[in-house]
Design a protein around this ligand. Structure first.
Ligand SMILES: Nc1ncnc2c1ncn2[C@@H]1O[C@H](COP(=O)(O)OP(=O)(O)OP(=O)(O)O)[C@@H](O)[C@H]1O
Ligand SMILES: [Mg+2]
Length: 173
């Protein structure tokens, strides 16, 4: 018998910002240490909305600080010592600037990472990750977004399978 969820990619259209946040929350609830979620797409595509959903589903307490011009948000939660780092690479020139942000420590920590504009730091990204590409869908209300999920490496394949099962139930192949 072949596994039901062997796919490493998955495609979905979100119809609203609420739906994107709910999906993020579903994903956030599944995150464990070492998971890396890359959120790719243009300005206003919905990356930060999904990141907020992920943090909520993960059970983050309020961010320690939330000035606008911050590249890394460190989230904590009451349940355990795990951390969730939300990194926005839009203003990062390239991987060489990551050192000053404590990149190596984030990778070594008991933490999961959510990265906006991951293509800016392509060369530094861990090989294992879940990549989500946001793109626009032609519609009159401008509230639809196509989300393409692509998993690389075993833990992230399993993460995507479980996410898909929980968010959408089992679907016939
Ligand atoms: N289906 C949808 N999913 C997500 N956001 C949506 C959706 N429909 C409308 N929106 C709106 O699009 C905007 C997305 O903003 P957001 O900050 O998440 O974008 P972003 O991808 O993080 O952009 P940036 O690259 O500037 O950081 C919000 O204003 C949100 O309300
Ligand atoms: Mg953003």
């Amino acid at each position: 018998m072949s596994p039901i969820f062997s796919d490493t990619t998955f495609d979905f259209v979100s119809n609203s910002v609420e739906q994107t946040r709910r999906l993020g929350a579903r994903l956030g609830a599944l995150l464990t240490s070492g998971h890396v979620i890359c959120l790719s797409g243009g300005l206003g595509a919905g990356k930060t909305q999904m990141a907020a959903g992920i943090a909520g589903g993960w059970d983050a307490l309020e961010p320690v600080s939330s000035p606008t011009f911050v590249l890394v948000h460190e989230h904590t939660r009451a349940a355990d010592a795990m951390r969730l780092y939300h990194i926005d690479c839009y203003r990062i020139g390239g991987p060489e600037e990551l050192g000053t942000l404590g990149w190596e420590d984030m990778l070594d920590a008991n933490a999961a990472l959510v990265i906006e504009w991951p293509e800016r730091i392509d060369a530094a990204l861990p090989a294992g990750h879940l990549w989500i590409t946001f793109s626009g869908v032609e519609d009159e209300s401008f509230t639809r977004r196509r989300l393409l999920f692509e998993a690389a490496g075993d833990p992230h394949n399993a993460l995507l399978s479980e996410f898909r099962r929980r968010a959408f139930g089992s679907m016939p192949e």
